[in-house]
Design a binder for this molecule. Structure first.
Ligand code: TXA
Ligand code: MG
Length: 336
């Protein structure tokens, strides 16, 4: 398949592809998405083929107007409305009871649907011009780090999708926060750009799903199917070193060898005796989030077989960074 590479003046071409039942990748403020008409089950099924994604992992439906939510959910709970008023458009996905109009291909047979109103102007324009809500996972091959730049999408999906729109680098850099409002107490399923603290500020009690930090046990059901897959992983093995700068540097220098690199913060770099890939500064969680996935791809470009990673602080947006990195590391953490 020939893949059209489009700029931000050609969004209408991508919209026509979506209308015709095809696939188009587009930028959002979090990561790039791979979109299809959310109401067309056959079109949505093509997303799973293009990404190599397991069919039991449901997709997020993207809207460009808050009123569109009423077309796709049976119930728009008060707490969801309060969160929407405060954080939409933005990096927040809310799970609610779905209407029958949402095909099983989107919801993976669940009776709920995940809904997000992205703030990125290209994403909004694409949804509006398509005249339909757009189902979209991250626009990477399944198992690879989510794409935060146009070049990542081209690398992963060229020849597999109808079009890719160039919107430059994504601002947030990790996927949206996912919260379910289909349970008695709302529950955070995936941390992201909207923090747990921000959610609690608006709606009070929010539980945190076990799978956010812990390795899901084999066969244990998880609330969000995506959490059970090894995710975000580069080809290289990643191991998290749970230590502050000095102890981290000492450990990594003592274990330097061919094919080993450091996935570190800016201030560590000068003191390390091996190739470094930097993913931000200590304490700047937003920068860490913005740079993490690009850094994971660079670890592979270096040809490294092992990366020792600095451990992010798991509060605020850092919770999202920690959640992604611990998956990239297959939950392997060393406490030196
Ligand atoms: O920022 C984002 O959310 C990006 C951009 C493109 O919007 N999208 C994204 O989609 O990250 P994806 O498919 O990579 O991740 C969606 C996550 C998965 O973990 C999936 O299991 C979960 O949301 N999910 C979707 N629908 C769900 C549902 N009905 N119930 C529980 N979890 C759901
Ligand atoms: Mg994904």
């Amino acid at each position: 398949m020939e893949t059209l590479l489009l700029n931000d003046n050609q969004v209408d071409i991508a919209a026509q592809i979506i209308k015709d039942g095809g696939l188009a990748a587009f930028p959002t403020e979090t990561v790039y998405g791979l979109g299809a008409d959310a109401l067309n089950g056959k079109a949505v099924a093509e997303i799973f083929k293009a990404k190599g994604r397991p069919m039991d992992n449901p997709l997020i439906v993207h809207i460009s107007d808050i009123l569109q939510v009423y077309d796709i959910v049976r119930d728009f709970p008060e707490k969801a409305q309060a969160l929407a008023n405060k954080y939409w458009p933005g990096p927040l996905t809310m799970i609610m009871k779905k209407k029958d109009i949402i095909p099983d291909e989107v919801s993976a047979g669940l009776d709920t649907v995940a809904v997000r109103f992205p703030s990125h102007p290209i994403a909004q324009r694409l949804i509006t011009l398509s005249g339909t809500p757009i189902a979209a996972p991250s626009a990477n091959l399944s198992g690879k780090p989510s794409p935060t730049e146009f070049s990542h999408v081209v690398e992963d999906l060229s020849g597999r999708v109808g079009a890719i729109i160039d919107g430059g680098a994504c601002n947030v850099g990790v996927e949206s926060t996912v919260i379910t409002l289909a349970t008695d107490t709302p529950c955070l399923l995936r941390p992201g750009g909207i923090t747990l603290e921000q959610l609690r500020e608006v709606i009070g009690d929010v539980d945190v799903d076990k799978a956010v930090f812990a390795k899901p046990g084999d066969g244990t059901p998880v609330a969000s199917p995506g959490m059970k897959y090894k995710h975000y992983a580069p080809k290289a093995k990643v191991i998290i070193i749970n230590a502050k700068s000095d102890a981290y540097i000492e450990y990594v220098n003592a274990h330097a060898a061919d094919g080993v690199c450091a996935l570190c913060y800016e201030e560590d770099k000068a003191k390390l005796d091996l190739p470094c890939v930097v993913y931000g500064k200590t304490g700047d969680y937003s920068e860490q989030a913005r740079r993490l996935f690009e850094a994971l791809r660079r670890v592979d470009e270096l040809g490294a077989s092992l990366a020792y990673a600095r451990c992010p602080q798991p509060d605020g947006v850092g919770m999202a960074v920690y959640n992604r990195l611990i998956r990239a590391a297959g939950f392997e953490v060393i406490n030196p």
